[in-house]
Ligand binder design. Structure first.
Ligand SMILES: Nc1ncnc2c1ncn2[C@@H]1O[C@H](COP(=O)(O)OP(=O)(O)OP(=O)(O)O)[C@@H](O)[C@H]1O
Length: 290
């Protein structure tokens, strides 16, 4: 399947939250990365048909998604940023109910619900009431419901919110396995969610596409811009406090800074290899300014 997002614009109260956004998605994992308010959720809501764009089109294998109607939704799995759950349902009843809404036959749905509970490591909670689950467990129920219809396009808005490190790793592995011959679009501002699993990263800033590329190409683009600087508290406060600093490590009297800058920030600065977090800071970061 191919998704062509074509020149999408959306305004709220006369302010653009998306402006001429275009991207092409083919099978693989796409990380949609942007800071708070960049327009990620709005873009996703337009993609899944909850919101209408003011301008532009979404083409699925060349056909306008609006012409596909409900048929298009059969191909989509969606985890909203703030999913609404029925608190009095048990986990398994909720998933079975979602199967009904998605038109999955009863027997098939019951099997699929159990299978996905196993996959998200929630089998032991299937009879628990939704209202009694922790945030991380709820999120996993949300991930499971998004996958019930075995979607060709899986769209997840901040899927790892509330997951502990072990569950994050489990989630990443699950998505990698699931992504074979499918499109997975994963919106986040948590770089580590996508750093090692995304085939492409889409950088969205103020509703505009900044870049779409492989993680490696984005990191390569930072060559010569990532530095370590060894500083004392005094120099840090006096000269270096306005730099974009991605990490600070105290080593006795000195502080080792990791700095993102086009120019050498200090005589003692040494170039080091960048990573995707540095890319994020380069495009979205402000100077430290404390
Ligand atoms: N219904 C609405 N009415 C008015 N403004 C809105 C509405 N929905 C979103 N916005 C604004 O549009 C902008 C983009 O919001 P959006 O939720 O798409 O960003 P986001 O990238 O998902 O942010 P976050 O990472 O914080 O969830 C924000 O400035 C937000 O305040």
């Amino acid at each position: 399947m191919k998704v062509n997002i074509n020149q999408i614009s959306k305004q709220y109260k006369g302010r653009y939250v998306l402006k001429d956004f275009s991207a092409q998605l083919e099978n693989g994992i796409y990380g949609l990365l942007g800071n708070n308010g960049a327009g990620k959720s709005t873009l996703i809501q337009i993609l899944v048909g909850i919101q209408k764009s003011d301008k532009g089109k979404i083409l699925i294998d060349g056909i306008d998604a609006r012409c596909l109607g409900v048929h298009f939704l059969n191909h989509i799995g969606y985890l909203p940023q703030f999913p609404g759950f029925y608190k009095n349902f048990t986990v398994i009843d909720f998933l079975n109910y979602m199967c009904v809404l998605k038109g999955i036959p009863k027997n098939k749905g019951a099997m699929r619900s159990r299978e996905l509970l196993r996959v998200v490591n929630l089998s032991s909670a299937e009879d628990k009431k939704i209202g009694t689950l922790s945030g991380g467990m709820l999120q996993r129920v949300g991930i499971a419901q998004a996958m019930l219809n075995d979607p060709a396009i899986l769209i997840l808005d901040e899927p790892t919110a509330g997951l502990d490190p072990q569950e994050r790793i489990r989630f990443r592995n699950l998505i990698t396995k699931f992504s074979e011959n499918r499109i997975v679009l994963l919106a986040t501002h948590i770089v580590s969610d996508i750093e090692f699993i995304a085939n492409q990263v889409i950088l969205l800033k103020n509703g505009r596409l900044l870049k779409q590329d492989t993680p490696q190409a984005l990191i390569d683009g930072l060559a010569g811009k990532v530095w370590t600087v060894s500083a004392t508290d005094h120099i840090l406060d006096r000269q270096l406090h306005q730099l974009r600093i991605s990490n600070m490590l105290r080593m006795g009297e000195k502080i080792q800074l990791r700095v993102i800058d086009d120019a050498k920030p200090d005589e003692s600065a040494v170039n080091v290899q960048g990573n995707l977090e540095d890319v994020f800071l380069y495009y979205f970061g402000e100077s430290a300014q404390w």
